[in-house]
Design a binder for this molecule. Structure first.
Ligand SMILES: Cc1cc2nc3c(=O)[nH]c(=O)nc-3n(C[C@H](O)[C@H](O)[C@H](O)COP(=O)(O)OP(=O)(O)OC[C@H]3O[C@@H](n4cnc5c(N)ncnc54)[C@H](O)[C@@H]3O)c2cc1C
Length: 436
């Protein structure tokens, strides 16, 4: 998938249009008498903030029409940053209104209206909690799964209470068609989370997979090979990833993203995981025959036809690259590949032997970069740097696509250095495994 300015502006326009729907509805038709700039600004921020919050379900919901364009990591990064902005709008909404007209402080008085006051306090606390737990999940000691559950629950609650609040206050939502349009907008977005968490897993039950084998790999990794049961396996482009659930049911909090590391030519699918926490640690105990459910494929981390490939990968970040290289080997792809593969030491290089073999079968330059090289090592050592990248950059850099995947420092340095070396940003693709 190509990045272009045109596509960027298109999505920005679509985003603004969708986010502004509640405000557009409120401001159309006959509107009540103007109550002064600050008052109207406060109200507008509420509508805009809630419109943006509602749209968040679209970004976190892995909808394939949205996700492939920019890559899941970028979409989730956007979701995170725009979420903070939306919460600022929503929290500023009452503050400006209270300053503009202190009579509205009565909304916070349980003695005036208990339910309304409780709902507003709840939303305020929920917004603070959702932001803090997303920014400092590990400080709160929250596992990813618990955080995800809390995040989903609080988001739905905020959306629901926000909708009831807008309909109850109703100042801008008369006549009834405005109420109906606002309610329908919020409910449509609310449904997206139900679709993601319930409908989609339910649908994936129809296309189960089962584990055929599990094998250890260098670097404390484990590969699972799976096959489709009673259907054709999903079609994917090398470099893409899926959401994977292992066990009897697809309704599990343990649903994790993994790049397909097998060749697109294989009938089976392989995934290789590095032990990070409870889910990845459990892989070595998974028996053949265990059920697996997949959702996907996703991702724009895919090479285009006709372009050569420059890979900068570190540790387990090799998995999407492995999918590309295995596919190239199996299809006798004549394109040029440069792989700079960073690891701590020689023993822990995942897929080391297979990479050596592939480098002889396709037109590939394999560069190992070791942080702690063995005695007598004559290859590259240390961390990735601008000078190192420059050394291996091809003479025709515009004929290549650049794929970066690995630990954050490797990714950040590579991305910045490639730009500094004059590589067009539209040719640089990243896949970040750790999003929050
Ligand atoms: C697009 C993509 C492709 C990936 N491909 C691979 C791969 O091929 N091989 C591999 O080893 N790892 C891959 N990962 C990372 C992998 O998903 C996490 O390492 C795994 O989910 C960790 O789970 P855990 O319970 O073992 O560890 P934990 O200690 O629970 O998690 C470690 C970190 O992984 C991330 N993570 C955990 N659970 C989830 C989740 N449900 N959804 C999203 N992120 C989560 C969080 O950033 C967390 O801090 C990929 C991640 C992404 C986003």
């Amino acid at each position: 998938m190509k990045y272009t300015y045109k596509r960027g502006f298109y999505w920005l326009f679509v985003y603004l249009l969708l986010a502004l729907i509640p405000l557009i509805v409120a401001a159309s038709g006959n509107t009540p008498e103007h109550r002064g700039f600050w008052m109207e600004l406060g109200v507008a921020l509420g509508f805009i903030g809630f419109g943006m919050l509602a749209l968040q379900f679209l970004f976190s919901g892995r909808f394939r029409k949205v996700a492939p364009t920019y890559g899941m990591d970028n979409i989730l990064q956007y979701h995170r940053e725009i979420g903070i902005l939306a919460f600022v709008f929503v929290l500023t909404h009452p503050v400006i209104i209270f300053i503009a007209n202190s009579e509205f402080l009565a909304y916070l008085d349980p003695g005036v209206n208990l339910m309304r006051a409780v709902a507003l306090y709840f939303v305020t606390i929920a917004i603070i909690l959702i932001t803090a737990s997303s920014l400092w999940r590990l400080t709160f000691g929250l596992s990813y799964e618990r955080w995800r559950l809390l995040h989903g629950f609080l988001s739905l609650a905020i959306l629901f209470i926000g909708m009831i609040h807008a309909l109850q206050v109703s100042h801008y939502l008369e006549p009834i068609w405005k109420k109906a349009a606002t309610g329908a907008t919020f409910l449509t977005y609310g449904y997206l989370i139900i679709h993601t968490r319930i409908v989609r897993p339910w649908l994936s039950r129809r296309k189960p997979y089962r584990v055929i084998s599990g094998n250890p790999e260098r670097g404390n990794c484990w590969t699972l090979k799976i096959e489709a049961v009673g259907h054709r396996r999903l079609d994917f482009i090398c470099g893409q990833f899926v959401w994977l659930t292992i066990g009897a049911t697809p309704f599990s909090l343990q649903q994790h993203p993994f790049s397909v590391s097998s060749s697109a030519r294989d009938k089976t699918l392989s995934f290789t995981a590095k032990e990070m926490g409870d889910f990845t640690a459990s892989w070595k105990d998974i028996n053949p025959g265990t059920s697996v459910f997949l959702e996907g494929p996703f991702g724009s981390f895919v090479p285009e036809k006709g372009k050569n490939i420059f890979l900068v990968m570190g540790g387990i970040g090799i998995t999407p690259g492995m999918g590309m290289l295995r596919t190239m080997r199996d299809t006798k792809d004549p394109r040029t590949v440069v792989l700079i593969y960073g690891n701590i030491n020689w023993e822990e290089i995942t897929f080391r032997e297979e990479l050596e073999e592939i480098s002889k079968e396709i037109n590939m330059k394999l560069v190992h970069l070791l942080e702690k090289p063995p005695e007598g090592w004559e290859g590259e050592k240390g961390l990735v740097s601008r000078d190192l990248l420059n050394k291996y950059l091809p003479d025709n850099p515009e004929d290549f696509m650049y794929f970066i995947c690995g630990p954050k420092p490797l990714m950040d340095i590579t991305e910045i250095s490639l730009r500094e070396l004059g590589i067009d940003w539209r040719l640089i693709y990243t896949e970040r495994f750790k999003i929050i």
